[in-house]
Design a protein. Structure first.
Length: 204
């Protein structure tokens, strides 16, 4: 198992091998984390991960070890994704079929994969917002463990270490949190909607 504190100490001393280990240990997990939170293509995800890891390396002095290193990286990644979204919101998001046809040379066929229905994007945003509202209604201990498990994609042993619980206690709390989320979700206004079905599937 990677000794995070040793890795951080060596990076602070500027050891190149430590930086290589840092990238090897976290880049793939961070890519998966970012991919679940945005619709960027592979190149865009690569940029997000690189910026996140560069920002982390620049800010190593601010890391106090209060959480797992990957959890800290996820927070940096969330912040960067928020910046990316704000920048994207200032740009035209969706082209109509007429706009796509006008932008292509005469005789070129418009592929359906080139067109994204804005209603689909709204549905995605609605689902994320509804899930977040349901989680926010839970006790803080439940919201925290659901975020670690389904937001940061951590395993039960990793969660147990972060929360300073035994693995059995972490598993029990996670089970209670999932049930509390389902109860909260079913009692919300989203019950019966497509987003409700997707939200429950994500947590289950």
């Amino acid at each position: 198992m990677l000794d995070e504190q040793d890795l951080i100490d060596r990076m602070r001393r500027g050891e190149q091998r430590a930086f290589d280990q840092f990238f090897d240990a976290y880049a793939a997990r961070l890519t998966a984390f970012a991919a679940r939170r945005c619709a960027l293509d592979a190149a865009g995800l690569e940029d997000v991960v690189q910026v996140t890891m560069i920002n982390a390396m620049r800010g190593l002095e601010t890391f106090r070890g209060g959480s797992a290193l990957f959890t800290w990286l996820c927070q940096i990644c969330r912040n960067h994704l928020a910046d990316v979204r704000r920048k994207a919101e200032r740009q035209p998001k969706v082209q109509s079929l007429e706009q796509l046809e006008a932008s292509r040379p005469p005789g070129t066929v418009v592929e359906l994969t080139d067109f994204r229905d804005p209603l689909d994007e709204c549905a995605d945003d609605a689902t994320r917002g509804a899930v977040r509202r349901a989680v926010n209604q839970l006790p803080a201990t439940y919201a925290r463990i659901l975020e670690l498990r389904f937001g940061d994609d951590l395993t039960v042993p990793e969660i147990a270490k972060i929360l300073q619980l035994s693995e059995s206690a972490a598993e029990s709390r996670l089970s209670r949190a999932r049930q509390a989320f389902r109860d909260s979700w079913k009692s919300s206004d989203a019950e019966g909607s497509a987003s409700a079905t997707q939200g429950l599937r994500d947590i289950q």
